[in-house]
Design a protein around this ligand. Structure first.
Ligand code: KG4
Ligand code: ZN
Length: 335
């Protein structure tokens, strides 16, 4: 049986963010450091795995110095290393995993490998005196994932996948739409900004089947044809952004709320990069008021990929008996 522990070092390098965090008792973030290589990828219209991995290696040492030396956190006080080992870009995951193994070996610490899509659901539990209650309905929405869960406990087997995208992730759809509109990468934040000045006057068809699955590739293709031979004036682009944002966000809100109603679950957690979107937050808040649900979003600093959520979930899994050893490898396993 694993020992009682307190302080966890979290490591996250699955995509373009390099992040380390020290979290106590799974809840209190003592310190988090983070660097992103996003600006190096923007000109390519997407993340380039080799560039991301190289940047992880370059910023790793300065970030660790910042984490441990600037705030005087003694490395000997760490009880466990939690590292994202799935899913993500293989070269990027490997950097974080090698780093985690160095800590584990050097300090004689146990190690636990974390699925970072599940860690996104942990983000609203950090630094929160009034956290969500179990069971909860969990929606993970990011550049790579659109997943709907019922979570009954912090154990991989108690996190039941109920629905997912059949094709593109919602963040991917926003990123591709922004590219078609010549708005650069990443698409989510710029579409959100343009949409504020536009009106949702166009109808884009989106999958609304009676199940809990999603599909966003059709709406992206519809946009491609819609834009053919159109002049991309500023006002038109803003209206398209407002319409496209509305089209892709509606099924996310509708299906999540329907799952909560059908299961009688009152708490809903929304995590992942797209959960930063204010339009989506407002739509969920409207539903919350009407139906007596409790809808939880992570604070903005824990919306994108970060190590604090990895450390927090690592703590919870470990105290429930889940741990790995130095044979831990990266995995392409995804929901
Ligand atoms: O969770 P994340 O940092 O990385 C992945 O695991 O993918 O999410 C990145 C995604 C990108 O697709 C980006 O366009 C989207 O999150 N995103 C947003 C917003 N901020 C980031 N989408 C909509 N509105 C935003 N404000
Ligand atoms: Zn993520």
């Amino acid at each position: 049986m694993p020992m009682r522990i307190n302080r966890v070092l979290g490591i996250e390098t699955s995509c373009d963010e390099t992040s380390f965090a020290v979290v106590d008792a799974g809840r209190r973030v003592v310190r988090q450091v983070l660097a992103s290589s996003l600006e190096f990828h923007s000109r390519y219209g997407g993340i380039i795995p080799e560039i991301a991995a190289r940047r992880h290696i370059e910023v790793l040492s300065p970030l660790l110095v910042d984490l441990f030396e600037r705030d005087g956190i003694a490395v000997e006080t760490i009880d466990l290393v939690a590292v994202t080992n799935r899913p993500g870009l293989a070269p990027s995951l490997l950097v974080g995993l090698a780093c985690a193994k160095a800590f584990s070996l050097g300090l004689g610490l146990d190690i636990v490998g974390i699925d970072h899509t599940l860690a996104h659901l942990y983000a609203p539990f950090l630094d929160n005196p009034d956290p969500p209650r179990m069971p909860f309905v969990g929606l993970v929405i990011s550049g790579g994932h659109t997943l709907l869960f019922v979570v009954r406990d912090w154990h991989p087997e108690a996190m039941e996948l109920v629905g997912k995208t059949k094709d593109d992730a919602v963040g991917e759809a926003l990123d591709k739409a922004a590219r078609l509109l010549g708005l650069g990468y990443p698409g989510g934040p710029v579409i959100e900004k343009k949409a504020l000045q536009g009106s949702p006057r166009f109808e884009f068809p989106v999958y609304r089947g009676g199940d809990y699955d999603f599909s966003f590739s059709g709406v992206k293709t519809a946009l491609l044809y819609f834009l053919k031979d159109k002049e991309l004036s500023e006002g038109f682009v803003c209206d398209v952004c407002a319409s496209f944002q509305k089209a892709v966000m509606e099924p996310l809100v509708d299906k999540t709320i329907r799952l909560a109603r059908e299961t009688g679950i009152r708490d809903v957690v929304v995590g992942g990069g797209v959960s930063a979107n204010r339009y989506l937050r407002e739509r969920f808040q409207e539903a919350e008021e009407g139906l007596g649900l409790r809808i939880h979003f992570p604070p903005m600093r824990y919306c994108l990929d970060n190590a604090a959520m990895v450390a927090g979930l690592g703590y919870q899994w470990y105290v429930r008996g889940i741990k790995d050893d130095l044979h831990l490898s990266i995995s392409s396993r995804r929901f």
